[in-house]
Design a binder for this molecule. Structure first.
Ligand SMILES: NC(=O)c1ccc[n+]([C@@H]2O[C@H](COP(=O)([O-])OP(=O)(O)OC[C@H]3O[C@@H](n4cnc5c(N)ncnc54)[C@H](O)[C@@H]3O)[C@@H](O)[C@H]2O)c1
Length: 316
């Protein structure tokens, strides 16, 4: 069901996250205006947006007519004056504090109806974001998604010291109406929930490789064929509760002392960076990417998420 208080959504920034967020908001029939830095970037974003919808059509997830209907909800502007009546803003610009502050100042000057200013920042805390504001410090929150936003349902929301009551709930209601699974943090923390968990796992994976326990490929095999698939249908607290905490305590006390407690990126990363081995983009990282079919790789990336696309699409 639509969240009726939101009639018009603004997305500032036309990059990877902004574009995939617009795919989602228009897919649910919300009038969405994207603010681009210039017409060339708006055109580039429109092309990318169209290619995502073309993909849905070719997969049989919707008809071309339905995709065209969703597309009619998307608008572009380069002028903040066109955002005068928006109810909510998603700030999706580069992860540079000064740039985000400039955006908030423009929103404060042009969007008198805005109820929530949502940053999709991966790491910046709400209080840091609010420092650049004068008028609407009480309306800014973080709504951190995972990419691609239209496929991965999870969002994590954090408020700041000045956030007014109801702002997080407003954004959460919209995200729920967009079929998302938002979680509100009790307090903000670097990496929120998702990246804290992901990077705790990554730190240990690197340690397993560096300390000669196993190679990257074998660590990846373990993840893909052991416990990771379980966590698409149950949670980790459910799992260990079910196993019994009296058993769990023994494994905690045996394994925890031996796990990595590194406080910065380890040698296996810094050495590769120094050697210009940055991963897929330079042809080599932990894997040799030369000759890898990247289309097939992307298919594998998206494979677990397609079934989440069951949107409540607009009829006209
Ligand atoms: N890429 C991811 O996987 C991911 C995941 C979650 C959150 N994020 C966060 O999303 C935000 C955007 O990341 P991205 O990956 O989409 O980056 P991106 O580089 O693809 O896009 C950034 C966009 O910001 C625009 N921009 C820059 N300055 C601007 C300004 N002054 N006014 C308007 N637009 C401006 C650029 O034109 C570009 O379209 C960042 O805060 C990032 O941390 C990214």
């Amino acid at each position: 069901m639509k969240f009726e208080p939101v009639k018009h959504i603004a997305i500032v920034g036309t990059g990877m996250i902004g574009t995939s967020l617009a795919v989602l908001t228009t897919g649910y029939g919300y009038k969405t205006t994207m603010l681009a830095m210039n017409q060339e970037l708006a055109d580039k974003c429109q092309k990318q947006y169209d290619s995502f919808y073309a993909d849905f059509v070719s997969r049989g997830l919707m008809t071309a007519e339905q995709a065209a209907i969703c597309g009619r909800y998307l608008h572009f502007t380069t002028d903040y004056a066109d955002l005068a009546d928006v109810d909510i803003v998603f700030e999706s610009v580069v992860e540079v504090l000064d740039v985000k502050h400039q955006v908030y100042q423009a929103v404060e000057a042009n969007c008198p109806n805005v109820k929530a200013i949502c940053s999709v920042s991966s790491a910046l805390e709400v209080d840091k974001l609010a420092e650049g504001m004068t008028k609407y410090k009480d309306r800014i929150i973080v709504t951190h998604p995972f990419n691609p936003v239209y496929m991965v349902p999870y969002f994590e929301l954090a408020k700041g010291s000045d956030t007014a009551d109801g702002v997080v709930e407003f954004a959460k209601s919209l995200l729920e109406a967009l079929g998302r699974k938002p979680v509100v943090l009790k307090r903000s923390a670097p990496g929120f929930i998702g990246n804290r968990l992901q990077f705790a796992l990554w730190r240990e994976a690197l340690y397993i490789v560096e300390s000669g326990i196993a190679d990257p490929k074998d660590v990846d095999t373990c993840l893909m064929y052991s416990f990771c698939p379980r966590y698409t249908s149950i949670g980790i607290f459910e799992h260990f509760d079910n196993g019994g905490l009296d058993l769990n305590i023994n494994v905690c006390n045996t394994v925890f002392p031996d796990l990595s407690d590194a406080k910065s990126a380890p040698k296996s990363i810094t050495d590769r960076i120094a050697a210009g081995k940055l991963g897929a983009k330079t042809g080599e990282g932990f894997y040799d990417w030369r000759g890898v079919d990247m289309d097939t790789y992307r298919e594998r990336v998206n494979a677990p998420y397609w079934h989440f696309i069951d949107w409540d699409m607009p009829k006209e």
